[in-house]
Design a protein around this ligand. Structure first.
Ligand code: GTP
Ligand code: MG
Length: 409
């Protein structure tokens, strides 16, 4: 994992704690802020650039910095609250909608049972065809191929699956449609791989997760869901509002923070995201956080260079911890199907992604994108977003996902 991070946007710089201390928040940094668009790819971050770019807005009340810029000792700051992790405890439904008791019970049995929407319908049709087929006919093969393509499994992954299955049918002497279905399920689970949980730092007290992805895919919502989940697991979570580009982005994260009881470090609109992250790292240390999740802007293909901005954020994080971020989580919107997949490829190439959160599975027939992501990007899907509510997130589990697709949960 770390190798992949190193090879991506995470150009390593040696930590220099002294430099960090010397160039911490300057109280004079109250001039109008301009986002720095110069190319700094190959330079190690000079933390003074962060200091210079500091925003006009004073830090949040709890984020106190002394005149020298050194954070106040942890004892003077409010400690973050860890959540109540009572087992089986349901997460408060913040949306106000109610799924009903029966559905709730189903949710805990298999989180995908009620949330795979139209993708499940598509697989349901082929499932019926498999059950009815006494012979594995060419028509059945055609129907299978059409199903996989329709569900946005992608041409490459579909072809490879079809080849593998044809070989297995021959080698294992399968005769009935139901046997082919079982083989398909096995192959789909193999594609998705074993569940992989979040990586926590074993060298630093703070695990940092950088959340990236294009506009509107569900970054901020997923951060809130993840923060809520981690808080319930007794983690002390802090959020950094690193999307300073979109006017309402910071407010959105703050609102989520209030709803789930998680603190947010934010600057004003237009501030340097690296400065936000710099302050957030200080705050995380001072307040005893063990998880820092960083929201980022999602624009791509514009004048502004998102990838350079992400690299700068990473350089700032690495001043504190050369292993940070411990995860770069790419949010992929399942409803965008193969388009989202192409965008994802760009992030994987440039941003050293370590894992995927696949969102909006509830509203799409294109949930098959999960297989393309796993097979072609070789990245683990760590969580799935299954709705707009704060508890609509599930650790991704291949067997549960495939079972739900085939109605076998
Ligand atoms: N149905 C459904 N909607 C979701 C899910 N995740 C996010 N959304 C919705 O998608 C929309 C965009 O979500 P945001 O979290 O604001 O997306 P973002 O990536 O932060 O967007 P930008 O900040 O503009 O780049 C919101 O309306 C969310 O409620 C999901 O799993 N299912
Ligand atoms: Mg956002």
């Amino acid at each position: 994992m770390f190798k992949r991070l190193r090879d991506g946007l995470l150009g390593r710089t040696e930590p220099d704690q002294q430099e960090i201390a010397q160039t911490a928040v300057s109280p004079e940094a109250d001039e109008a802020v301009e986002i720095d668009e110069t190319d700094e790819t190959d330079e190690a971050v000079d933390a003074s650039e962060v200091g210079e770019a500091l925003p006009i807005e004073p830090p949040p009340a709890a984020l106190t910095t002394s005149a020298s810029g050194v954070p106040e000792p942890a004892t003077t700051l409010p400690e973050l609250e860890a959540g109540d992790a009572s087992p089986g405890d349901d997460i408060a439904d913040l949306s106000g909608s109610d799924t009903g008791e029966q559905e709730r019970r189903g949710f805990f049995r298999n989180p995908f049972k009620f949330s795979l929407g139209k993708t499940r319908q598509i697989f349901g049709q082929i499932n019926t065809a498999f059950d009815e087929a006494d012979d594995i006919t060419e028509a059945l093969w055609d129907e299978l191929e059409e199903t996989l393509i329709t569900a946005d499994v992608g041409v490459q992954t579909t072809e490879s699956l079809m080849d593998t299955l044809r070989e297995r049918v021959q080698a294992e002497g399968m005769k009935r449609g139901s046997e082919l279905r079982d083989a398909l399920k096995e192959e789909l689970e193999i594609l998705l791989g074993d569940p992989e949980s979040l990586v926590f730092s074993d060298t630093s007290p703070i695990s940092v997760y950088l959340v990236v992805g294009v506009n509107g895919v569900g970054k901020t919502t997923s951060i809130a869901k993840l923060a809520n989940l981690l808080k319930k697991q007794k983690h002390r979570v802090l959020l950094a509002a690193g999307d300073t580009f979109r006017a309402a982005a910071t407010e959105q994260l703050r609102t989520w923070g209030e709803r789930i009881g998680v603190q947010v470090v934010a600057h004003q609109h237009g501030a340097d995201p690296a400065a936000v992250v710099y302050d957030a790292m200080q705050a995380a240390q001072a307040r005893g956080a063990d998880v820092l999740i960083v929201d980022t802007a999602g624009r791509l293909h514009t004048k502004y260079n998102l990838m350079e901005e992400l690299k700068k954020i990473v350089r700032v994080l690495q001043k504190y911890d050369p292993e940070a971020p411990h995860e770069v989580l790419l949010i992929v919107d399942a409803t965008t199907g193969q388009n989202g997949f192409i965008q994802a490829k760009q992030f994987v190439k440039d941003a050293g992604v370590s894992g995927i959160i696949l969102t909006k599975l509830d509203g799409t027939a294109r949930g098959g994108i999960a297989f393309a992501i796993a097979a072609e990007l070789g990245l683990p899907i760590k969580y799935a977003g299954t709705g707009e509510r704060v508890n609509d997130i599930a650790p991704f589990d291949a067997q549960e996902f495939v079972d739900a697709l085939f109605g076998d949960e």
